[in-house]
Design a protein. Structure first.
Length: 75
């Protein structure tokens, strides 16, 4: 965990646009996530530590410009 953006760059070094985009936008994305949750959230450390089996992915619809985010379990 924590190396997802760098891992994406290593998997396809010639096409790092998505990794670069997410890296550049991650602060803004966190702000939007928190706004949608009411502007404030408390997260126990144990919950953060318990994400080892989760994968985060995203895509952007090129026609609408809408981000789609997804969490799924590692297989």
């Amino acid at each position: 965990m924590g190396n997802g953006i760098d891992a994406a760059r290593q998997m396809d070094p010639e096409h790092t646009q998505h990794a670069d985009l997410l890296d550049d936008l991650k602060d803004q994305l966190l702000i939007i996530f928190l706004k949608r949750l009411g502007g404030s959230i408390n997260i126990p450390v144990g919950e953060i530590d318990n994400t080892g089996m989760d994968l985060f992915s995203f895509s952007v619809d090129p026609h609408t410009g809408v981000f789609k985010f997804r969490i799924q379990q590692k297989q």
